[in-house]
Write a protein that binds this ligand. Structure first.
Ligand code: P6P
Length: 341
C-alpha cells in the first residue's frame, strides 16, 4: 500500500524472525533503546535553553539540579537496559568499569550492551549533531552477574548494533545482521517511522572526512592517500570534498548516505587512534559492513580485533569499500612509521 508508514515497533515485530534464538527478548531490548532515545532526544533538543535550564551543578528555574546531557543520557540508557530484564550488564564510555546488574531479573538476561551514550557531546554548545552508539552481544558467561569476558568479545560476535543521531531530525539506524534500516522520529506523534529502508553504503564517493589538523602526525600512507584525494583528476572526480563535523555519528551517517570515507588514524597524541573499539568502532563497523561498506584499522578488519580492555582505542578507516581499499593500498605502498596497532 502506497505511503504506508511502518513504525519501529511494527518493524521490530515484523522482523522478529530475523533473530532465530530470541523469543522476543531482542525485540524488547531494542524497544527499550527506542524509549531511552526519545527521552534523551527531548533533553538534547532543549540543550540550547541552558540559561533557563541551568548547567551542570546549577539549578534550573524550577529549582531542580541540572545534569550534564551526557551524564543524563548515560543514566537513562543504563536504567532502560536494567529495567527490561534481557540485559545482565552494560559497559559505557562514561563509566570506568562495566555495570553488572544486581537484580535477579537482570542476572537472567541473555545479553550485554556497550554504549557511547552521547558521542560528540562537546558539540552540544554549538548546536552540532551528536549521537548515541550501541552494540549488543549475547553473554558468554552462563548466568548470574555479567563478567568482563562478556564484554571483551570481537565485533564479529555482535548480534545487533546501531546509533541515534540527534540532528536536524532524530534518526535511529540499526542492524540485527540482516541489513541496515533507518527510522526518523516524527516529533508530532513521538514515533520512529521507517524512512531509510535497507540502507546501502555507496561503493565509492567524493567525500573524505578527517581532522586535517592531525595531518602532520599521520602515517605516511594516510598522508599520501589524502594527497591523492586532493589531486585533480576528472576521471575519478577528484579533488574530493573534505567534510568533517567532528561528531563521529554525523560524519558516518552522511558518508553512508552520500558515499565517503572517514579516517581517524593514529596520531602523535593518540598513538593507538582516538576512537574506542567497543562502543564506537565495532558497532559502526558492523553497520558499515551490513550496508556493503568496509571498516579497518588500516591493516585489519575492525570486527576481528580481539579487545584487551573496555576502553581500548583503535585507528579507524570506515566507509565506501572502494575508498577504504584505496587508503589501505596507500598504507601498503608507503608503510612509513606505524603507530602502535
Ligand atoms: P577530533 C568526539 O569527541 C569524538 O569522539 C567523535 O565523535 C569525533 O569523530 C572525534 O572525537 C573528533 O575528534 O580529535 O577531530 O576533535
Amino acid at each position: 500500500m502506497k505511503n504506508k508508514v511502518t513504525t519501529l515497533s511494527e518493524f521490530i515485530v515484523e522482523r522478529q524472525g530475523d533473530f532465530p534464538f530470541a523469543k522476543g527478548e531482542l525485540s524488547r531490548l531494542l524497544s527499550s533503546i527506542r524509549l531511552a532515545a526519545k527521552i534523551v532526544n527531548r533533553e538534547v533538543n532543549k540543550a540550547g535553553l541552558v540559561d533557563i535550564l541551568g548547567e551542570e551543578g546549577t539549578q534550573n528555574i524550577q529549582g531542580e539540579s541540572q545534569q550534564k546531557l551526557d551524564v543524563f543520557a548515560n543514566e537513562h540508557f543504563i536504567k532502560a537496559m536494567e529495567n527490561q530484564g534481557e540485559v545482565c550488564g552494560i559497559a559505557s564510555e562514561e563509566n570506568e568499569n562495566f555495570i553488572a546488574y544486581e537484580s535477579e531479573l537482570a542476572q537472567n538476561g541473555k545479553y550485554v550492551v556497550m554504549i557511547d551514550p552521547l558521542d560528540g557531546s562537546a558539540n552540544i554548545d554549538v548546536n552540532v549533531s551528536i549521537g548515541t552508539i550501541f552494540s549488543i552481544y549475547r553473554r558468554v558467561s552462563k548466568s548470574g552477574r555479567a563478567t568482563l569476558e562478556d564484554f571483551l568479545q570481537p565485533g564479529t560476535k555482535q548480534i545487533a548494533a546501531g546509533y541515534i543521531i540527534y540532528g536536524s531530525s532524530t534518526m535511529l539506524v540499526y542492524t540485527t545482521c540482516n541489513g541496515v534500516n533507518g527510522f526518523t522520529l516524527d516529533p508530532s506523534i513521538g514515533v520512529f517511522c521507517l524512512s531509510h529502508p535497507n540502507m546501502k553504503f555507496p561503493s565509492t564517493g567524493t567525500i573524505y572526512s578527517t581532522n586535517q589538523g592531525n595531518f602532520v602526525h599521520y602515517p605516511e600512507g594516510i598522508k599520501q592517500y589524502i594527497r591523492y584525494c586532493q589531486e585533480e583528476d576528472l576521471a575519478t572526480k577528484r579533488p574530493y570534498s573534505c567534510r568533517y563535523i567532528g561528531s563521529l555519528v554525523a560524519d558516518f551517517h552522511r558518508n553512508m548516505i552520500k558515499g565517503g570515507v572517514f579516517l581517524y588514524p593514529q596520531t602523535f597524541k593518540n598513538k593507538k587512534g582516538k576512537l574506542r573499539l567497543l562502543y564506537e568502532c565495532n558497532p559502526l563497523a558492523l553497520i558499515a559492513e551490513q550496508a556493503g561498506g568496509k571498516a579497518t584499522n588500516g591493516e585489519k578488519r575492525i570486527l576481528e580485533i580481539t579487545p584487551q580492555g573496555l576502553h581500548q582505542r583503535t585507528p579507524l578507516m570506515v566507509g565506501s569499500v572502494e575508498m577504504v581499499e584505496k587508503a589501505e593500498e596507500f598504507l601498503r605502498r608507503f608503510p612509513g612509521e606505524k603507530g602502535e596497532r
